[in-house]
Design a protein around this ligand. Structure first.
Ligand SMILES: Nc1nc2c(ncn2[C@@H]2O[C@H](COP(=O)(O)OP(=O)(O)OP(=O)(O)O)[C@@H](O)[C@H]2O)c(=O)[nH]1
Ligand SMILES: [Mg+2]
Length: 354
């Protein structure tokens, strides 16, 4: 699994202290206590940002501090609460306390906020301590002090696109050509033992995350090959790219495709509902032109985007990248709309109950 790590030092704001004060006005010789409470310190908040794919933008800064709460003032004036410090992180960030390894939480959605350290409570002013027997209390509280902590952020990237296909189909070669990933490539099966993740740039400035899923063969769902170990990564992916070895397929191109579909289905049939494209790789070394026609026909009839590419020479990769990017964008938008609808209906359900 692709992992990125970052250590940061955070300190939420201290609470402001309560105030010790008595009302002093002309003609009122013994005004009562009027020391206001201190404000609460600002929280340290992590917020999910879907436009980030790595911690790179965060590497320039290691210390984050939220504002302290203001001290309380006379005339029962409450100190202002400190502003929180919001740190934007990519989706898939897991937050741990470095020292203990304890997980504080996980950021999975755009805009999701996670308070990782609460600001200190403001102290009470002396006005709060007045009682019938002590009308002039000199007691007040200090604001709560906050100790800095070190956090370890771990990024488990969620791939937008997963490349699936038999060993040796050229998955790693493809990902090395269209993304920033630098995987091992070799002319034997099971070269890749862990998924590689990379970021693909398309249309100049947009990007999506792609992963190659190794070890899929017939019987994978029953534990053959690398078994189901990596199939779970596909569950959270938005789009599948079926890559077929055009030079030495296991069976025919179309049978290769269906064999992989079947293994995925046995693992989790829901995955088959995801959008997908088919690409036959190794255009420069195609073994079976008649099979090429067959799979192309199948794709056309079922309106599945189809590509003939060469990961080695680069032929067809620009179109494949752009098309995948557009599909990811469309699916993301659709997912966001569905989520909004769900939230809306949750709310109206609530109103109905009221
Ligand atoms: N001729 C030709 N060979 C290719 C092409 N793409 C990949 N190959 C070769 O196919 C072999 C396998 O490539 P990989 O990228 O390692 O394949 P993989 O699907 O990642 O394989 P595993 O990691 O074992 O599952 C390598 O020898 C590549 O050089 C292509 O477009 N044309
Ligand atoms: Mg590989």
């Amino acid at each position: 699994m692709f992992k990125d790590e970052l250590k940061i030092w955070v300190k939420a704001g201290d609470g402001g202290s309560g105030c010790l004060s008595f009302r002093r006005e002309k003609f009122i010789p013994k005004g009562g206590p009027d020391g206001g409470d201190g404000g609460d310190g600002g929280d340290i908040i992590l917020q999910g940002d879907a436009s980030l794919n790595t911690f790179n933008k965060l590497r320039y800064r290691q210390h984050y501090k939220a504002e302290r709460g203001e001290h309380g003032k006379g005339k029962n004036m409450h100190g202002k609460n400190g502003e929180p410090c919001i740190i934007k992180v990519p989706l898939g960030t897991i937050v741990k306390i470095e020292e203990t390894g304890e997980i504080i939480g996980e950021i999975l959605e755009d805009g999701q906020k996670l308070v990782v350290q609460k600001g200190g409570r403001g102290g009470r002013g002396n006005a709060r301590f007045a009682t019938s027997t002590n009308r002039a209390p000199r007691h007040f509280e200090e604001g709560e002090k906050i100790e800095p902590i070190r956090l370890k952020l771990e990024l488990k990237l969620i791939a937008d696109v997963s490349i699936v296909g038999f060993p040796n189909a050229g998955k790693s070669t493809l990902i090395s050509k269209i993304s920033n990933a630098k995987p091992k490539i070799a002319d034997y099966k099971f070269t890749t033992l862990h998924p590689n993740l990379g970021i693909v740039e398309y249309h100049g400035f947009k990007s999506f995350v792609i992963a190659d899923v190794p070890g899929l063969i017939e019987g994978a769902s029953e534990g053959r090959g690398l078994g189901t170990r990596f199939l779970k990564h596909i569950e959270r992916t938005r789009v599948l790219l079926h890559l077929i070895d055009g030079a030495v397929p296991e069976k025919t191109y179309l049978e290769d495709f269906f064999t992989i579909r079947k293994e995925i289905e046995k693992f989790n049939p829901e995955i088959l509902k995801k959008e997908y494209v088919i690409a036959v790789n190794k255009k420069d070394a195609i073994c079976c032109p008649d099979q090429l026609e067959e799979i192309k026909d199948f794709a056309d009839k079922n309106s599945i985007p189809f590509f003939l590419i060469s990961a080695v020479s680069g032929e067809g990769l620009e179109e494949l990248k752009n098309s995948l990017g557009e599909i990811v964008e469309r699916v993301k938008k659709k997912d966001a709309e569905i989520k909004k609808e769900e939230e809306k209906s949750d709310k109206t359900d609530f109103l109905d109950e009221v």
